[in-house]
Design a protein around this ligand. Structure first.
Ligand SMILES: C[S@@+](CC[C@H](N)C(=O)[O-])C[C@H]1O[C@@H](n2cnc3c(N)ncnc32)[C@H](O)[C@@H]1O
Length: 399
């Protein structure tokens, strides 16, 4: 096993069995059926529930730091502009009409109140978390990096998923990146629900990444026989500074508390260069994200969440892209991205940054390829961590 100083015993992972039973959710039907779910890709559905015991902390969009209103943006160079329904069918495209429709703050508030009933983790998701907790300890990130690490509770992450589903076109055709994936929980979560097309995490800290991959391996194994378990996850060790754009990801998630300014500048440049990355979730408000670092986004809503272990609260800010006035960025970005035009399994119509290509190829190749890569990468890392001490040559004493 590697020499990384993990407080968890890697062997514990072997003891884990995919037979672990997760408690059944009382509000779900079937093995994974969502009993109460009101997903809506575009116009948020008006909730019908009246049960609203607690007043959630919801602040509707306050476009104080909004850049230009979408209506003023020039989409003329974007030949792919579509109407709302087209856009919801194809989240890769920016829709002028969709962008003009800021979600109604009242709808947002109602949806947030309903999360108590709608944001119920699937059994597969619970199973995934129970494996992660057994392996890395109940404090999760505390096992690798101290209490400042930070990660959401399963309930809070489910709320994130639910709001994304309702207001951010988040579904099985989405491609999700977690910048600084840590132990990989958000990635595993969205792979289970809503079973995104591509769930990619990048983590610069080798210890956390190692734990994340160790967590992922049994999940991927289980997914080969269990339809409910998400498959399309790749967790890579790497530095996001090595990417130029967020393409091909449609949804960019970052638990970015404490990220340095230089990183934010890079992330903003990446996001603004991207052509298909439409939604951004950050834990900083518009003053920093838009005002200071210039992300081309506008705030849609914000949502309070709780942290695993500490119970500490944070607020997630949900943004969507606004197009740049100068336009033409599609072709510019394509050039910058050095797109592969042929002899590749990657879709030709979706740009992909070089850094993410190999991972996406694996996911496209299927769950066996994804598991194989995860297993081999894990072994390679473990081997690389073994001490290269020379074996003491045993000399028979009768010689
Ligand atoms: C607070 S943790 C979030 C973990 C995970 N996203 C979650 O929500 O559970 C932030 C992570 O970002 C990682 N990180 C910081 N800078 C990074 C970079 N340049 N590239 C990749 N990961 C980075 C850190 O190592 C840390 O594990």
């Amino acid at each position: 096993m590697p020499r990384i100083s993990s407080p968890v015993k890697p062997k514990a992972a072997k003891r884990l069995s995919m037979e672990d039973k997760a408690p059944k959710s009382p509000t779900r039907s079937g093995s994974s059926g969502r009993k109460v779910a009101t997903p809506s890709k575009k116009a948020p559905s008006t909730p019908t529930r009246k049960k609203t015991p607690k007043t959630p902390v919801v602040t509707p969009t306050t476009p104080r730091y909004r850049k230009k209103p979408a209506a003023e943006e020039d989409f003329s160079s974007d030949s792919d502009s579509e109407n709302v329904s087209d856009a919801s069918n194809n989240p890769q495209r920016l829709s002028k009409k969709f962008l003009n429709n800021i979600p109604d703050p009242e709808d947002i508030e109602k949806s947030v109140k309903e999360l108590k009933d709608t944001a119920i983790p699937l059994n597969a998701t619970k199973k995934a978390y129970s494996i992660v907790h057994k392996f890395t300890g109940s404090l999760g990130g505390n096992g690798a990096g101290g209490p400042i690490y930070g990660e959401l509770t399963i309930k809070s992450m489910q709320k994130v998923v639910e709001m994304m589903r309702q207001y951010m076109e988040f579904d099985s055709s989405s491609r999700f990146i977690d910048v600084g994936a840590g132990l990989g929980k958000p990635n595993m979560h969205v792979a289970m629900d809503p079973k995104v097309e591509f769930s990619y995490g990048i983590e610069v800290n080798p210890e956390r990444w190692y734990l994340s991959l160790s967590n992922l391996k049994p999940l991927l194994k289980a997914s080969l026989d269990d339809e409910e378990m998400g498959k399309n996850v790749i967790l890579e060790k790497g530095d996001i500074f090595d990417a130029k754009a967020f393409d091909p990801f449609t949804h960019v998630y970052m638990f970015d508390i404490g990220f340095p300014g230089k990183l934010f500048s890079h992330l903003s440049e990446m996001f603004n260069k991207s052509t298909v990355s439409k939604y951004l979730i950050s834990y900083y408000g518009p003053k920093k994200i838009i005002g200071k670092y210039g992300f081309d986004v506008e705030l849609m809503f914000k949502l309070p969440v709780s942290m695993h272990g500490s119970g500490e609260g944070h607020t997630g800010y949900y943004y969507r892209r606004v197009a740049k006035k100068e336009g033409k960025k599609t072709s510019k970005a394509k050039k910058a991205l050095n797109l592969v035009e042929s002899d590749d399994t990657l879709p030709l119509d979706v740009p992909c940054d070089d850094l993410f290509k190999e991972a996406w190829r694996k996911v496209i190749a299927g769950p066996e390829a994804t598991l194989k890569w995860t297993t081999e990468t894990l072994s390679e890392f473990e081997d690389s961590q073994r001490p290269s001490r020379e074996r003491v040559q045993r000399i028979p004493y009768n010689m």
